[in-house]
Design a binder for this molecule. Structure first.
Ligand code: NAP
Length: 254
């Protein structure tokens, strides 16, 4: 039973009075939970399968915790699913038995929001486009929040919330987000892998990786100022065929 008449109230009411549950206690749950709290939007409950991690995050947020989805507060308004991509559908399915009327969002760039549609009528995506780790504090004002929701009132709520905890907010649909995620993999994971390969090549020659730092900085700085396609340099861009042949013969090093 979905009370659509109540939705505008949900969208506009003060976040302080919302009951928010975070599912998962990993990197994203950790940072989003703390940021929400820091911005005066308290998290009502943390549920995560590993007791130690659930307890630790809940302690930081000053909220109750559980390891069982069945313990979710029945009047929860918004569920933030911050579990690993492969577990989203399975967790959502179980959650659907306990809070079928809640608004449920996942935080994944590589997963369609529609995976939640068999279990919830009000579903969406709250994807912060950044690489999160426990060691680094995110610069929230620079993180693009990519949001989407199955109904306009919930989309408005996500935009408003993202604006409050971040600054940059984009409405991105499932198809766009799938492409965006691939682009992010090239810009982050592949680029970082290339840095790791470069580090190994220098390491094998007893040369410090720091030698490449200025070059790496220049590469990123230029890519941020101009189109990277126009900034490409090196033997391929110059057409130095013989140099590339020599490099090809040495490719076994990677
Ligand atoms: N990290 C990033 O840079 C980043 C950025 C944007 C979006 N995201 C998205 O955010 C989501 C969470 O990522 P994360 O980086 O926070 O992952 P993470 O640090 O590895 O944490 C994953 C969480 O999922 C839980 N989990 C794993 N398998 C589960 C299962 N079968 N059932 C229930 N819970 C399970 C883990 O519980 P245990 O602690 O018990 O293992 C943990 O709490 C993912 O959808 C990811 O794509 C991540």
């Amino acid at each position: 039973m979905f009370l659509y008449g109540k939705l505008p109230y949900f969208a506009f009411r003060m976040e302080k009075s919302l009951k928010i549950a975070i599912i998962g206690a990993g990197r994203v749950a950790w940072h989003l939970g703390r940021r929400l709290k820091g911005k005066g939007i308290p998290v009502s409950q943390v549920i995560s399968r590993t007791e130690e991690r659930a307890k630790k995050l809940a302690g930081l947020l000053g909220s109750p915790w559980s390891t069982s989805l069945s313990q979710i507060l029945p009047d929860t308004d918004w569920v933030l699913l911050a579990v690993k991509d492969d577990a989203i559908a399975e967790v959502a399915k179980e959650l659907g038995h306990f809070v079928p009327g809640a608004f449920v969002t996942h935080t994944s760039g590589g997963t369609a929001g529609s995976v939640l549609s068999p279990f919830f009528e009000r579903f969406g995506v709250f994807y912060p486009l950044q690489s999160f780790s426990f060691e680094h504090t995110p610069v929230w004002s620079k993180i693009p929040f990519c949001v989407d929701a199955s109904i306009p009132e919930d989309l408005l709520f996500l935009k408003k919330t993202a604006k409050r905890i971040g600054n940059l907010v984009y409405h991105v649909n499932d198809e766009q987000r799938a492409r965006l995620h691939i682009a992010a993999v090239f810009a982050n994971n592949f680029a970082n892998h290339c840095f790791a390969v470069a580090e190994k090549i220098l390491d094998d020659q007893n040369l410090p990786f720091e030698m490449l730092h200025p070059l790496m900085e220049e590469t990123v700085a230029k890519a941020l100022q101009e189109s990277p396609a126009r900034m490409q340099t090196g033997p391929a861009a110059r057409g130095d065929i013989e140099t590339m042949r020599k490099q090809d013969r040495k490719k076994s090093v990677v």
